[in-house]
Design a protein around this ligand. Sequence first.
Ligand SMILES: [Zn+2]
Length: 256
Amino acid sequence: MTGDLLRLTVLGSATPYASMDNPCSGYLVSSGSTRVWVDAGSGTLAQLQRHVRLDEVDAIWISHLHADHSADLLTAYYAALFADIRLTAPIPLYGPPGIADRLAHFLTNTSARSPVESAFAVHELRDGHRARVGGLTVTSRAVAHGIPAFAVRIEAEGRSLVYSGDTAPCANLTRLAKGCDALLCEAESAQAPAQGEQVHHTPEDAGDTAVAARAGRLIVTHVGRFLTPEQAVARASARFGGPVDHAAPGATFSIG
Ligand SMILES: [Zn+2]
């Protein structure tokens, strides 16, 4: 079944807070029996359970520690240790440097990582980090978001999906996305800032990144509150000639 080779399910894509019908950023990426929860924004743990139990997830990958991408790690911790879920081992958690300490301070109100590390086996990302998760190859590159932040390329069976995380257009993202079958790219900004550091894509930027990377298709996500998904798709399509879709909550995409 070709649809099984690499599949993206959108758990949520809202920013910077969940709407009534759209959680914040979160995705389920699967290939065969391997499943990775990519970003854990507010509300995504609830939607994850439509597809998989938390203890059936092979790994969690977090792009950066803004709450709209990571807040549900806090409730996932309670789920993993203090409820009906029985982990056979801590869930592998890939995230920015310092993620274990940040979780520990919030969850234990001290710097003690125990029992946080009973829930999560933490692997800190660095630029060029590569991991094998079941049938998936997961490659992370540092991107430009004003805090430690990463984009990811997930590959299986010759298919490839690249997710920008949150970032301004940058060479590392374009390189990571080279020739990918699908680019899941943020399009947060209605316009680039007139002054100060750019830390997001506009829809036009997303289209340009897809063109530069020669992506097979573009899926715009993380569309800000001053744009509609339809506007974001139309504006990205003015730059990128391939298929452009919006990462609507609940949508699934077979990659490649
Ligand atoms: Zn962010």
